[in-house]
Ligand binder design. Structure first.
Ligand SMILES: Cc1cc2nc3c(=O)[nH]c(=O)nc-3n(C[C@H](O)[C@H](O)[C@H](O)COP(=O)(O)O)c2cc1C
Length: 298
């Protein structure tokens, strides 16, 4: 087994659409730095694939998209060359948590990593507020942000002590995750049909910030290239709120998705009991995530 002691570098590689996975990746970085473990952190973006060597530990993080990783994560894995077995941890970041049909969301990336000589010994799910379809109620979203550093601390403890943590997803989730791969084709089509309103002043924010290189400003207006990853960053981030899906409008949360603003509202909020905040079937995975192992720990 690779020595993961101080002398070895940890490389954190992540893809993030609307910032939740970036926040989680930065939390890993902070935790490792606090333990004096050398760490480098890099983002996967179209046209900018971070390289890795085969020393130390690789931590790969991605948001769950349709019970899978976004396509750019597979493309990045395809791009790497690893000569000697590399200790690897895979962390998925979802809105729904460890529940059906999310449980096989890391399977495909892990298989691809293993083909590339990455020895995946650890996998885990983090939960962050939802950026699509259904907004996570604010109190619950704040709870998720509060618990993130504690979850990351526990994961880092386990990873650095080389604890093996692999899961066996149920057949149902495996099937749905395969079906979910269809989202990748749909994303490209979705991204071609984005509507631009008169609010657009051609500022170029979307072009600069799209992690998929799907947007280029042509004659002062955004044009779409068919490489969309459905990350939704452009809709929520556009400073003029000038973009709207041409199809599947229900993907977008009406109030928007702004993690920074949410963090700003965290102070002074009296935490309500998780059982109250996360009632019902929909939030079961989030409820379990917040309560699991919680013998006064979190
Ligand atoms: C197209 C799309 C598909 C998603 N699919 C799932 C899913 O299958 N399961 C889930 O729990 N969350 C799903 N989510 C929610 C995200 O995984 C979650 O909000 C994540 O924290 C977003 O990370 P990011 O801000 O780094 O992009 C989806 C989000 C998008 C945009």
């Amino acid at each position: 087994m690779t020595d993961m002691s101080q002398a070895h570098k940890v490389k954190i590689i992540y893809f993030s659409g609307t910032g939740s996975t970036a926040l989680a990746a930065e939390e890993f970085e902070r935790e490792l730095i606090s333990r004096k473990v050398p760490v480098v952190i890099s983002e996967i973006r179209a046209g900018n694939f971070p390289s890795i060597n085969d020393e130390g530990l690789l931590i790969l993080l991605f948001p769950v998209h349709a019970f899978n990783a976004p396509e750019i994560v597979y493309e990045w894995i395809e791009s790497i060359t690893v000569r000697n077995p590399l200790s690897t941890a895979v962390i998925s970041v979802s809105a729904g948590g460890n529940r059906k049909p999310n449980m096989a969301c890391r399977l495909s990336s892990i298989k691809r990593l293993e083909k590339k000589n990455c020895r995946v010994f650890y996998e885990e799910m983090l939960v962050m507020p939802s950026n699509w379809v259904k907004k996570t109620p604010e109190g619950l979203a704040i709870r998720l942000l509060e618990i993130l550093p504690l979850k990351v601390k526990d994961i880092v403890d386990e990873m650095l002590s080389e604890k093996k943590h692999r899961t066996k997803p149920p057949q149902f989730d495996r099937i749905l995750s395969r079906i979910g791969e269809l989202e990748k084709k749909g994303a490209k089509r979705f991204g071609k049909k984005i509507l631009v309103s008169d609010n657009c002043n051609g500022c170029g924010w979307c072009e600069k910030n799209c992690p998929a290189n799907n947007i280029s400003i042509t004659d002062g207006r955004p044009a779409f290239n068919g490489t969309c990853l459905l990350c939704l960053k452009c809709f929520y981030g556009c400073p003029n709120k000038a973009l709207e899906p041409g199809k599947f409008k229900f993907f977008i949360i009406k109030d928007g998705y702004d993690l920074k603003a949410l963090k700003g509202r965290m102070k002074g909020v009296k935490p309500e009991p998780v059982e109250e905040l996360a009632k019902g079937y929909l939030w079961r995975g989030v409820r379990n995530y917040l309560l699991e192992g919680n013998k006064g720990k979190y």
